[in-house]
Design a protein around this ligand. Structure first.
Ligand code: G3P
Length: 271
């Protein structure tokens, strides 16, 4: 392309999601404009750049899937819920506890086990029992008023919590105020009712950054790889998703084509 002159602008671009503050660089060519977004600068100019690494949790109670994810070498934890336990046919107090123990024996840390009670006393009693199963257990508590009290109680007792069923920034703020270790906003279920789940993740990340809350944003109800990648762009601390979403990240047709070509070329000269 024949360049007649170059015109460069450097401007601050405030945008909605991951680019809270970023730069763009514009170069004018004859009859056309080429824009280059200096994405690498985004981290330099973020108000509170994250120092922790993004965690990958698997959202299942299926032991085979958990083992497979763990064997990939990138698994940081597991989240379960009563529906996922029921899906595996796990019932009865003793069996449920044994199943949580089996999960804890596979992974290195962070196994979210959800309470069934909905009153403060019941949640506290149940959560304490769950926490006794293994140090890896994080007690999962629903975002209801009694749940907020229970989370505060567990925080004071040094028991880690995951505040679940979060669908608004206000709920996430309450979870952080109560000292939850994790807050679980459900992206997919918001998308299902025509609200943008990723917008909520962005909003919560921004609010927590404003005040330096220690609660980690655990993006849940993730349905596909783009959800996961966009959570990474936004700066969610953790994602939890089915195994297929994690393994889906590895797929690319050009990788498959390229590998087939490499192997074919190798075979040509090596027999
Ligand atoms: O961790 C919460 C998650 O299990 C909900 O996912 O797909 O049932 O909305 P989903």
């Amino acid at each position: 392309m024949n360049k007649i002159f170059t015109f460069s602008t450097l401007r601050i671009k405030g945008s909605h999601r991951s680019d809270r503050l970023s730069f763009s660089y514009t170069r004018l060519y004859l009859g056309s404009e080429q824009s280059v977004f200096a994405k690498s600068l985004r981290f330099v100019f973020k108000f509170n750049p994250k120092t922790n690494r993004m965690k990958f949790f698997i959202d299942t109670a299926n032991l085979d899937d958990i083992r497979e994810a763990y064997d990939l070498g990138i698994l940081d934890g597991v989240t379960t819920n009563p529906s996922l336990m029921a899906k595996e046919g796990i019932s009865g107090d003793a069996n449920v506890k044994a199943h949580y123990k089996a999960i804890c024996d596979i992974v290195d840390n962070n196994v979210s086990a959800e309470v069934i009670s909905t009153d403060f006393a019941g949640m506290v009693a149940e959560g304490k029992e769950l926490a006794k199963i293994d140090d890896k257990i994080v007690v999962k508590v629903p975002m209801i008023r009694e749940g907020i009290k229970a989370i505060k109680h567990f925080t004071n007792e040094g028991i880690r919590t995951n505040c679940t069923l979060v669908f608004s920034a206000g709920q996430a703020l309450l979870a952080a105020k109560a000292g939850a270790s994790y807050v679980s906003p459900f992206i997919g279920r918001l998308d299902d009712i025509a609200f943008d789940g990723l917008d909520l993740i962005d909003q919560i990340v921004g609010i927590y950054e404003n005040y330096g809350y220690g609660t980690e944003v655990l993006a849940a109800s993730i349905r596909h790889t783009m959800h996961l990648i966009q959570c990474a762009e936004i700066g969610a601390d953790v994602v939890t998703c089915p195994l297929k979403v994690i393994t889906g990240l590895a797929n690319h047709p050009l990788t498959d084509q390229g590998l087939a070509q490499f192997l074919a070329d190798h075979a040509k000269v090596n027999g």
